[in-house]
Design a protein around this ligand. Sequence first.
Ligand code: SAM
Ligand code: SF4
Length: 330
Amino acid sequence: MNQVDYLRISLIDRCNFRCQYCMPQGADLEYILKQNILTDEELLALIQEVFIPLGFTKFRLTGGEPLLRPRVVDLVRAIASFPQTQDLSMTTNGFLLASMAQDLYNAGLRRINISLDSLNPDTFDHIIGNSRGRSRWLDVWNGIQTAARVGFDPLKLNVVVIPGVNDGEVLDLAALTIDQQWHVRFIEFMPIGNAQLFGDRGWISSAELRQRIREHWGLTEAQVRGNGPADVFQIPGAKGTLGFISQMSECFCDRCNRIRLSADGWLRPCLLNETGQIDLKTALRTGIQTTEIQKQVRELLAIKPEINFKQRFSGTKTGVYTRTMSQIGG
Ligand code: SAM
Ligand code: SF4
């Protein structure tokens, strides 16, 4: 079992997109009240006094859309300045990135994952639920280009593959890695966020996507494998890599090195079930000592392997996820 040393932190549950697979238009989402969101001070205290002493050295900022969090650059600077922080990264939809990339880089962020589900502006707008106004594709594309220019490395592009919507673009998206040292990662669509779309469309396995790419260019296993859930491959001679995240078709629980903290302070040991969460915000606000909180987190880490294996794609009474990726911190 891997050492769990990686914390994914949701900075905010709100988003400026309405991706069909995550927070579709019209979905009845209950947002966290502002007063229940961990403050910067609370978040930094948890990182410094609870997680770092427990051996956590890797932090990813996500959401919702993390760039919507007020003073996000200051938060990045503070987390990057902890001597124990070995790795600080962010997952963003890229919409606000062009104007923020340089400041984020200067504050100490070095790794960024940007969601890009399509190269076609119409398809892109359809997926992100942008039915009115001008296309948002170019803003995201400019964000990606700016991040590359500023020096983010690695720069990863996340693609959730939805059958009949964007799977026809898999080769075009994979081709982005040929001339650029980018990492395009195909993510299997999960039944979180939009059960109806999932029921209607289903999902495509990573193995099938790899086969399509292999038939076109060939595909080799990359020399270096990341420490995350992606299986990494390369088009022969390409500068970048292709990652496949196969949480539907494979179980990578035995390689899992992460836990998740929601914007309202719930610590969740596993993405795929809802058991075992602990409420760190209430603990902090009721004056529980950070050493006691540390003890609770240590106990949660001790039972994590059991939760991972036994309750994969379960752990809810109804079998339906009550929280979306945007709420959990995807
Ligand atoms: N807003 C940021 C973004 O979109 O990159 C960060 C938060 S988003 C919840 C994090 C990741 O979760 C994205 O890469 C998104 O594509 C993925 N995601 C959300 N819902 C998903 C689903 N139902 N199946 C697979 N991946 C999903
Ligand atoms: Fe927003 Fe990211 Fe969810 Fe899309 S995937 S709705 S960008 S949080």
